[in-house]
Design a protein around this ligand. Structure first.
Ligand SMILES: NC(=O)c1ccc[n+]([C@@H]2O[C@H](COP(=O)([O-])OP(=O)(O)OC[C@H]3O[C@@H](n4cnc5c(N)ncnc54)[C@H](OP(=O)(O)O)[C@@H]3O)[C@@H](O)[C@H]2O)c1
Length: 324
């Protein structure tokens, strides 16, 4: 395994982060695995040296945190792993059981700690920006969590670049804890983050940990209608809303072509491309079958040539902002 610093923080993370949205309660999304099915992925990731695990309070409405917390407790030492979770998305119909108010952040962190079965969260991330809460209220509450020892670092996910820039500016002005990472939507079929967000992160020393590096499976080349499809390929409505243009299919074909030429899988090529991009700390990969995880790890050994990269990038068409 390779390790790197999360942005300019002192925290060392593996260059592959295991996303755990797939692990929890199949009642939440029909492509989610139950606890018994999920645990071997966490165990295997640890064996391979992955120390970085991403979950969120809303994944399986808390069950993902429980499954991840129990597995990490059983298979690892707490000091050896980096647990990342998130707050913001609705946890119930309650008007205050969501968002980034001081009230919700304080309640949500307690609930996440309990479900994870730990005294502290390594990386506590805002899942989205909350336009209904003053930024000062959110940032001061997050800073307090760090001071209380409940949280070690704070991060953000899928904001506009100006919102992250404002957050960094305000934290510096007030002497509050800064975000150390940006978990954003970035992959070969969605590269709008290269305009503003990634250059901002590079300049500010913010680690970039993209979600859905395989475009929720689209880049693995098995998402065309008519083929034998996985449960997720059929029923992941969010993926269907994000990907599927002609240019997207051309890019997926290029990924398959490069993979065939190099004798590796399409997922290895898509992840290797991401690892080669400036500013990228670690893609957050999803795995519902063991070969997915093995191939994500093996992507670290794939070296793409400048010609491969040009071929993968060439069909890209600028597109509307998506996933924020
Ligand atoms: N911050 C946010 O808003 C946000 C949003 C989304 C995700 N996330 C985070 O990012 C993580 C990853 O998201 P994701 O699951 O969408 O990531 P992804 O890596 O883009 O997609 C994972 C899916 O791709 C398919 N796949 C993976 N490896 C494969 C292989 N070698 N061959 C064939 N198919 C393969 C599988 O689909 P099948 O299961 O269909 O086989 C798998 O479920 C999540 O767990 C979560 O932690 C965060």
């Amino acid at each position: 395994m390779q390790y790197t610093r999360l942005g300019k923080s002192g925290l060392k993370v593996s260059r592959i982060c295991l996303g755990t949205m797939t692990y929890g309660d199949p009642g939440w999304r029909d492509w989610v695995l139950n606890e018994e099915q999920s645990r071997p992925f966490i165990q295997r990731a640890l064996e391979a040296g992955i120390n970085f695990f991403d979950t969120a309070d809303m994944y399986s409405l808390g069950k993902s945190e429980e499954v991840v917390g129990r597995a990490l407790k059983d298979f690892a030492r707490r000091e050896d792993v980096v647990i990342a979770t998130k707050v913001y998305q609705p946890m119930s119909a309650g008007v205050n059981d969501r968002g980034l108010s001081r009230k919700h952040i304080m309640e949500a962190v307690h609930a996440s700690l309990k479900r994870l079965g730990t005294d502290y969260i390594d990386l506590y991330q805002i899942h989205r920006y909350d336009p209904e809460t003053p930024l000062e209220e959110t940032l001061s509450a997050l800073h307090d969590l760090v001071k209380l020892g409940m949280v070690r670092y704070i991060g953000a996910s899928s904001t506009y670049a100006y919102q992250l820039a404002k957050s960094l500016y305000l934290a510096d002005l007030k002497g509050w804890t800064r975000f150390v990472s940006m978990q954003n939507h970035y992959n070969l079929v969605y590269r709008e983050e290269e305009r503003e967000m990634i250059p901002l992160c590079i300049e500010e020393g913010i680690g970039v940990i993209p979600w859905s590096p395989l475009a929720r499976g689209f880049l693995t080349g098995n998402r065309k209608g008519g083929e034998a499809q996985s449960t997720r390929a059929k029923s992941d409505a969010f993926a269907h809303s994000l990907y599927g243009s002609e240019a997207d299919y051309q890019i997926a074909e290029r990924v398959s072509e490069v993979a065939e030429r190099l004798g590796v899988s399409a997922s290895q090529v898509a992840i290797a491309w991401m690892l080669s991009r400036p500013g990228i700390t670690a893609p957050i990969v999803g795995a519902s079958k063991m070969p997915h995880l093995e191939q994500a790890i093996a992507a670290l050994d794939v070296q793409l040539s400048a010609e491969d990269i040009a071929s993968l990038q060439e069909p890209y068409q600028p597109r509307a902002v998506a996933g924020i």
